[in-house]
Design a protein around this ligand. Structure first.
Ligand code: 13P
Length: 351
């Protein structure tokens, strides 16, 4: 069990992460994934360009009005901005919590995936604590398809997420526990509902068995959606109804909160769905966003790696952050959108 004074501190940070009107920016893509994003704007994938990219996203004036925390990549937590400040200092000065992705990526498990990184995790966390990190992320990936997800894959991912979460809490770090249910596939929303129910039930069984303090962790899972290739999109009302039915069945009331990933939804779509979910005012947990693509894509397309586009890109970023902040409060409406001129085809998933 995690000791009580530690739990009180973890719970305070977790509450800050999901404070009303705030959400989390996931800026922790691997170098390979950043490379794919850069390819879409014809920018070379160098360390300096990645630094400039992260600087564009993390130095937006007014960002802390909508963003409570940023998930950094290992490379970024060690880097400094052009002015010589570390990214952690930049975030601390802005009143934004620095977080860190701590898993080491996906490994094959038959036709499914597991996540590596439990070995030596404690020592790595110790270093991140010294850097000033306050929370962590570990992503597992579950596929819906022919005989998938298997019971075995669901159980092993749940055990690994629980083991990671416990080590984080022992080190005084709030774990974001991310079972991502992939959008890829032709499945129906009913199939996604059944898989999500099974995955989240197993996850909370394993979290409890491992002694994880649920009030000191944040769940980061997918909205319940039909597969990308199912053919018809679900309406925001249907997404909200289905997602909330699963959550009411599976999420314990002590859980500090849930921050959704965007998972390949369009940026406005991810905002509309979050807003529809937050029409329910009688939920025991705050439900907010922890998006990468749905927060960054428009800004990335505006920026294109050019210093002269920095301000315009940051404005685009701030707009999306504000729209999602309103959606987390359930007060967004589509007529608040500004027309932005950019090419909307960047939907490379993370790894
Ligand atoms: P997307 O919002 O692009 O799905 O990424 C969020 C994330 O952190 C996935 O691990």
């Amino acid at each position: 069990m995690i000791d009580t004074s530690k739990v009180a501190e973890l719970s305070k940070v977790a509450k800050q992460m999901v404070a009303p009107g705030k959400g989390i920016l996931a800026a922790d893509e691997s170098m390979k994934t950043v490379g794919k994003r850069f390819a879409s704007i014809e920018l070379e994938n160098t360390e300096d360009n990645r630094r400039a990219f992260r600087e564009m996203l993390l130095t937006v004036p007014g960002e802390s009005d909508y963003i409570s925390g940023v998930i950094l990549h290992d490379e970024t937590i060690r880097q400094t901005t052009k002015s010589g400040k570390t990214f952690v200092e930049i975030l601390q000065t802005a009143g934004i919590l620095p977080g860190i992705k701590v898993d080491l990526g996906l490994i094959d498990a038959g036709s499914e995936k597991l996540t590596s990184g439990l070995e030596g995790l404690g020592a790595r966390l110790q270093e991140y604590v010294e850097f000033g990190a306050k929370f962590c992320k570990w992503r597992s990936v579950i596929t819906i398809g022919e005989s998938m997800p298997s019971e075995e894959n669901i159980r092993q991912n749940a055990k690994d997420l629980a083991a990671y979460a416990f080590v984080c809490q022992e080190h005084g770090l709030v774990p974001m526990v991310e079972p991502e249910i992939l959008l890829d596939g032709t499945h129906t929303i009913e199939q996604a509902e059944a898989a999500s129910t099974q995955i989240l039930t197993a996850l909370f069984e394993e979290l409890r068995a491992a002694g994880v303090a649920l009030e000191g962790m944040i769940l980061k899972t997918s909205m319940v959606l039909p597969g990308k290739d199912f053919g018809v999109k679900a309406s925001p009302e249907q997404v909200a109804e289905t997602t909330l039915r699963v959550f009411k069945k599976c999420l314990p009331s002590e859980l500090a909160g849930e921050a959704f990933l965007s998972g390949g939804q369009g940026d406005v779509e991810a905002t509309q769905n979050l807003n529809a979910i937050n029409q329910d005012k009688n939920l025991p947990w705050p439900l907010t966003f922890s998006y990468a693509r749905a927060l960054q894509d428009a800004a990335t397309k505006t920026w294109k790696g050019m210093p002269e586009n920095l301000q315009a890109a940051q404005k685009v970023f701030l707009h999306r952050a504000k729209m999602n902040s309103l959606a987390s409060l359930g007060t967004y409406s589509s007529d608040m959108e500004q027309p932005v001129a950019y090419d909307q085809d960047v939907t490379v998933s993370q790894d």
